[in-house]
Design a protein around this ligand. Structure first.
Ligand SMILES: Nc1ncnc2c1ncn2[C@@H]1O[C@H](COP(=O)(O)OP(=O)(O)OP(=O)(O)O)[C@@H](O)[C@H]1O
Length: 303
């Protein structure tokens, strides 16, 4: 059942469209990713979901409620991640947890939350003195303190080192295991691939693709890359381009290394073709394209 419904939302800033007819829904219990290049309209979209911005057109519903007109009820259902500037640097972790839990009628057990997020050893440390990873854990704690059904996380792991990023991913998975729906804005393909059930790719204010991470990879052109150095030149390289699923063939380097973009069937067909000519494929590599490649395929590059 959808807990978030975004339907044909438009938002312009001073006549310039930032969000141009975005629609998607998020099912209860999902981790739903919003992925896109800088300035694509991701933050504006989630701010409309949070009720922080009023769409110029279209509708947003969170558990059937309008985030603008039913703001108070939506605030109770939806936990939003604070931005760094949202907390006083002198506030201690303990004070921040106490302050934010006072905003809600039925807050979560803040000390249990602190323990779960590994903040219990830092309760008396000031926000300004926390490491990047500790700050992010505190933001997650504060987003969860009102016992929300949905949590919105925007660029949560930007600026974290790889270990802190992985720790944060585990926390997000735990949040979902506890029944909370997660709407995640991210720049990181690896993050989307690892965490998200489905991803909406937004480019220039529009949803250009919406699928599972695996589905996005599958639909990118030439999702399998086969490269090899033939033991002897092929009689006709044109044969490779005519193989099933082949999208492109290129030969480069002094040793005549050949790269074929295609699909799984292409990989099998390349091997059979070479065998038929008695040619061996030296240093054969068969690689799946990544979500990175799919993303570049889906989003237009400004030149
Ligand atoms: N308050 C604002 N006033 C004017 N223009 C804005 C405002 N906020 C965003 N924009 C513009 O709207 C467009 C979409 O911005 P938005 O922040 O939603 O994109 P984004 O995908 O989240 O980008 P990023 O990944 O860089 O954070 C951009 O061109 C941005 O410059």
């Amino acid at each position: 059942m959808p807990i978030i419904e975004v339907n044909e939302v438009r938002k312009a800033y001073g006549g310039r469209l930032a969000v141009d007819g975005v629609s998607f829904h998020v099912d209860e219990g999902e981790i739903f990713g919003i992925l896109g290049p800088n300035g694509a309209g991701k933050t504006t979209t989630v701010e409309c979901v949070e009720g922080l911005r009023v769409p110029d057109a279209g509708t947003v519903r969170v558990a059937g409620l309008d985030p603008v007109t039913d703001r108070e009820q939506v605030t109770r259902l939806l936990g939003a991640q604070l931005q760094e500037s949202g907390l006083q640097p002198k506030l201690t972790v303990r004070e921040a947890l106490e302050l934010y839990s006072s905003f809600y009628p039925e807050p979560a057990d803040r000390w249990a939350l602190a323990e779960r997020l590994g903040l219990d050893a830092h309760l008396d440390r000031r926000f300004g003195k926390l490491s990047g990873g500790q700050k992010q854990r505190l933001f997650i704690a504060l987003a969860l303190i009102g016992n929300p059904k949905v949590v919105v996380l925007d660029e949560l792991t930007t600026g974290l080192d790889p270990r802190a990023r992985r720790d944060t991913w585990r926390l997000i998975e735990e949040v979902r295991e506890n029944g909370v729906t997660v709407l995640l804005v991210t720049h990181f393909m690896e993050e989307a691939q690892r965490l998200c059930d489905r991803v909406a790719v937004i480019d220039k204010g529009r949803v250009v693709a919406l699928d599972t991470p695996a589905g996005l990879i599958d639909r990118s052109t030439g999702s399998t890359v086969i490269s090899f150095t033939p033991s002897q030149p092929l009689p006709d390289t044109g044969e490779l381009s005519r193989l099933p699923g082949a999208v492109s063939v290129s030969a480069d380097g002094p040793d005549g290394r050949i790269t074929v973009h295609g699909d799984d069937d292409t990989a099998d067909a390349v091997i059979s073709l070479l065998a038929a000519h008695g040619i061996t494929a030296r240093q054969l590599r068969v690689l799946e394209t990544s979500l990175d490649d799919a993303f570049l395929d889906l989003t237009e590059q400004d030149t």
